[in-house]
Ligand binder design. Structure first.
Ligand SMILES: Nc1ccn([C@@H]2O[C@H](COP(=O)(O)OP(=O)(O)OP(=O)(O)O)[C@@H](O)[C@H]2O)c(=O)n1
Ligand SMILES: C[C@](O)(CO)[C@H](O)COP(=O)(O)O
Length: 230
């Protein structure tokens, strides 16, 4: 199932506190951004990559694309103030395709098997997102006081990729922009239009590199995967 992927990469990495775009930080001597890009570069079902970037970082990112032979990138549109705006700037430039995946460039550990399940489900059902079951007890808190314990059996920790038929995500992004709705993931924009969104069980290794602790976990995941190769 052929697809194109949108990789928002125009964040500031505030929670990482690295003083630079966290996607330029190295894991096993390679930028996080390149680890993520290589997954899609090497996926025969990926027919194009769209990378939302900060204008001031475009030249450096193009240098990285050349250095690591990432040839599937179709465009480097300007990112926006929020992640959603960065995603939308890519969607606006895309030609009509069958399936679009949106994936955080900060999630370098995604695998081809999960991508394939997502694209198949999106083709069949219209929308499918990656997630894993919650492992901790979850509670609602107000002013430092527990107000509700939420039934854990129905809770999932949502990740990316999030896969959609192109017309569904394109309309959802346009409507959200028109009414000024801001979501923390693409599925929210699609849900609010009444579309059914399906979950695909992903992996606890599909971490988003958000804080410094994630870098330690990320190095461990890479070492584990290297040991499995031999
Ligand atoms: N305006 C934004 C904000 C985020 N992102 C991208 O969206 C992904 C997930 O966002 P997040 O992990 O929150 O990255 P940052 O916004 O950089 O992190 P922080 O919130 O800590 O500043 C990242 O690949 C980030 O580069 C983006 O393209 N445009
Ligand atoms: C899209 C996402 O990765 C799903 O969990 C998450 O909402 C991104 O949040 P961020 O604060 O923009 O990293």
């Amino acid at each position: 199932m052929q697809y194109e992927v949108v990789l928002p990469a125009a964040g500031s990495g505030k929670r990482m506190g690295a003083g630079q775009n966290k996607l330029f930080l190295l894991l096993a001597n390679k930028p996080i951004l390149i680890h993520t890009l290589e997954v899609f570069q090497h996926d025969e079902n990926c027919s194009g990559i769209w990378l939302a970037v900060k204008p001031e970082e475009r030249e450096y990112i193009q240098h990285l694309l050349d250095k690591y032979s990432i040839t599937k990138v179709k465009g480097l549109p300007d990112g926006g103030e929020e992640r959603q705006h960065s995603v939308h700037s890519c969607i606006k430039e895309m030609e009509q395709v069958d399936i679009v995946l949106v994936h955080d460039a900060a999630r370098p550990f995604i695998t081809h098997d999960i991508i394939a399940k997502l694209t198949y489900t999106a083709k069949e059902k219209g929308a499918a997102i990656a997630g894993v079951r919650a492992k901790d007890t979850m509670k609602k808190v107000k002013d430092g006081i527990i107000i509700e314990t939420v039934d854990r059996d129905s809770l999932w920790m949502i990740q990316t990729p999030q896969a959609f038929r192109f017309d569904i995500i394109a309309e959802a992004e346009d409507v959200a922009e028109k009414v000024g709705f801001l979501g923390t993931d693409e599925a929210m924009l699609v849900e609010r239009l009444g579309h059914t969104v399906h979950i695909v069980e992903a992996s606890y290794e599909n971490l988003k590199m958000t804080t410094k602790e994630d870098l330690v976990l990320g190095e461990a995941i890479l070492r584990k995967r290297e040991s499995e190769l031999f």
